[in-house]
Design a protein around this ligand. Structure first.
Ligand code: HEC
Length: 106
């Protein structure tokens, strides 16, 4: 099944995203793809530490969004932030990216 379809089904189902996460995050390698994606696509506006604030980009180090909300912003975009749903190739990359975004919090 297309993972994007799967993730659409998961939207709004907190327990779904959580259980996928618990299964995958034990392995430290899981952060690699998400971190790479962040550096390539997100840090231009948010900066490597999340605080850069280009084009009014929110400071990710003080963000309090839940995993589901972060996923929504990444997939659909918000304000001046473009949507990235189409460029994320696998659900594991998306999960890693969400974790990476949260790891920038202080
Ligand atoms: C073109 C600049 C730009 C890029 C590239 C960008 N963002 Fe954003 N981002 C923004 C802006 C602007 C906002 C504030 C949107 C609003 O609230 O109006 C934002 C908001 C967010 C938020 C919400 C924070 C909060 O607390 O409300 C998250 C999470 C986020 N971005 C993650 C990412 C991730 C992950 C990527 C890479 C996939 C990314 N952004 C790429 C500009 C960008």
């Amino acid at each position: 099944m297309d993972v994007r379809v799967l993730f659409f089904l998961c939207l709004g189902l907190v327990s779904c995203t959580d259980s996928v996460e618990n299964g995958v995050l034990e392995d430290e390698k899981t952060h690699i793809e998400g971190g790479k994606f962040y550096e390539q696509r997100c840090s231009v506006c948010h900066g490597p530490d999340g605080k850069l604030g280009v084009s009014e980009a929110k400071d990710l180090s003080i963000s309090t969004l839940s995993n589901n909300k972060i996923e929504e912003v990444i997939k659909d975009g918000k304000g001046a932030m473009p949507p990235f749903g189409h460029s994320i190739e696998s659900d594991s990359t998306l999960i890693e990216l969400i974790e990476y975004v949260k790891s920038l919090r202080e």
